[in-house]
Design a protein around this ligand. Structure first.
Ligand SMILES: Nc1ncnc2c1ncn2[C@@H]1O[C@H](COP(=O)(O)OP(=O)(O)OP(=O)(O)O)[C@@H](O)[C@H]1O
Ligand SMILES: [Mg+2]
Length: 265
């Protein structure tokens, strides 16, 4: 879609009327996505230009990302991974975008490569604020919602999975769930695989998800011998993927670390 006056190209994300009316995608969730995303202006965040409703559904006009998403870019690579400096460059861009969100009291809650788009100047852009939420709010319920994608899900969020019988009271989490997911993305970009996953030979999706969630909670973090990654970056991954949220660094800590000073160009 092109604006007649500015000639600016925009992508039109459409949420179909049927999906909204059936309650599949609640109107309140779309409203929240638009309100939150609208307030986030940053070079590494996909810009929201505007929104409107018509007879086919809800339209969200977004900055167009011509090179697709990072998931597609990863899949096109040999071994589905990047060399360390490329992975770190993408990681730093997303850490910057997420710190901006956290400083604005927003947690994304669905950080993964398919929600990171490649813009015109090949800058990486954080996208899809469909699951995002305010961090500090009176509506505490939102902070124990089980949402996002299992492979990228932080342990404290896994504890709220409906398949688990415990806990009795919901576990309240915060923006540190994004730090975990970003750690999973860095691991995936470097090694072409996931740090915690169920057995690959499982054909049953439900069973695979269950095993993945168990691995996130209980399996140790193991680094593949190949490809070679520097010890400093491995140490960073250990911090980002700390199962105990109290031991996981905040993005401000990561961006103030010696690792960042050395690696973030
Ligand atoms: N502005 C854009 N420019 C180019 N491609 C886009 C844009 N927005 C979205 N896409 C493509 O559409 C995909 C889905 O977009 P998005 O994540 O916003 O929607 P979604 O309905 O939440 O989808 P999903 O459930 O797959 O996360 C992205 O992974 C990307 O490949
Ligand atoms: Mg998405």
């Amino acid at each position: 879609m092109r604006n007649k006056k500015t000639k600016c190209i925009a992508a039109d994300k459409i949420i179909w009327k049927d999906e909204i009316e059936s309650g599949n995608i609640p109107a309140t969730m779309i409203e929240s996505e638009i309100q939150i995303h609208k307030g986030l202006l940053h070079p590494n965040i996909l810009q929201l230009f505007g929104s409107f409703t018509d007879k086919i559904g809800q339209h969200i006009l977004l900055e167009y990302a011509p090179y697709g998403d990072l998931e597609g870019e990863l899949t096109n690579q040999k071994n589905e991974s990047f060399c360390e400096d490329v992975a770190i460059d993408y990681f730093c861009q997303m850490a910057t975008a997420l710190k901006f969100c956290h400083d604005k009291n927003v947690m994304h809650r669905d950080v993964k490569p398919s929600n990171m788009l490649i813009g015109w100047s090949r800058l990486l852009k954080l996208a899809d604020f469909g699951w995002s939420s305010e961090i500090r709010t009176n509506n505490e319920l939102r902070h124990s919602t089980y949402c996002g994608t299992p492979l990228y899900m932080a342990p404290e969020k896994v504890l709220n999975a409906p398949s688990r019988h415990a806990p009795i009271a919901p576990v309240v989490y915060d923006e540190q769930v994004d730090v975990w997911s970003l750690g999973v993305c860095l691991f995936q970009m470097l090694y072409g695989r996931f740090p915690f996953t169920g057995d690959n030979d499982s054909t049953d999706d439900k069973e695979l998800t269950k095993k993945t969630l168990e691995a996130i909670l209980g399996s140790p973090l193991v680094f593949p011998p190949e490809p070679t990654v520097t010890t400093e970056t491995i140490q960073l991954l250990r911090f980002l993927l700390a199962k105990n949220v109290a031991l996981r660094p905040r993005l401000a800590d990561v961006m103030g670390s010696a690792w960042w000073k050395k690696w973030a160009a």
